[in-house]
Design a protein around this ligand. Sequence first.
Ligand code: CA
Length: 228
Amino acid sequence: MAVIWTVEDEETISILLVKIIKSMGHESVHCVDADELNRQMKTSLPDLMLLDLMLRGKDGYQILVDWKKDPRTRNIPVIILSARSTERDKVKGLDLGAEDYVTKPFSVSELKARINTALRRIVPASQKLEAGALVLEPDERQAFVDGEAVSLTTQEFQLLHYLARHPGQLVTRAQLLTDVWGYQSETDTSRTVDYHIRSLRKKLGDEASNPRFIETVHGSGYRLLTGE
Ligand code: CA
């Protein structure tokens, strides 16, 4: 079961969305605008959000921009649901980081399929992860290289787990500081990240100059190589 939020100001569509989400066995929370969404975000977060574009107050694009800026929500997928059906609108939505774009009126079965696809892409925190010769078992908090267990500190494991959940993607130092260390501001503590990356590499038998697992993206951050 997933928690799916909807931001939609038309009552008939809101009722339909909630009905669809519940019929799929998921939990739904409905918000009519950005203000209600912000209040809701103070106490919880969803697994997926369905977002209308034309809303009272802040519009859906602006909500999406804020959502992608906030380290707590940036990895939570958003499906835009809108009557705006031009190519330009769709490209704009996807460029701003939406996972998908569904035009209204939509068919119930199509929306269900899109929701299922978005949910399948979410990696549960407990799922075993593999990147080439590197394997992570989050339940046991254990990492393996070439089948051999590697002893990591909690912090090192969390750092590696975060990188492994974003395989092949650039992960910035600021992102690591907020998402792994929980720092609120992006103060200059990037040396903390570099220090832990260094000790992690040592334990994995990895080299910065010729990386097998963790690649340095100069001036930006790090990337976990997928071994492909
Ligand atoms: Ca609307």
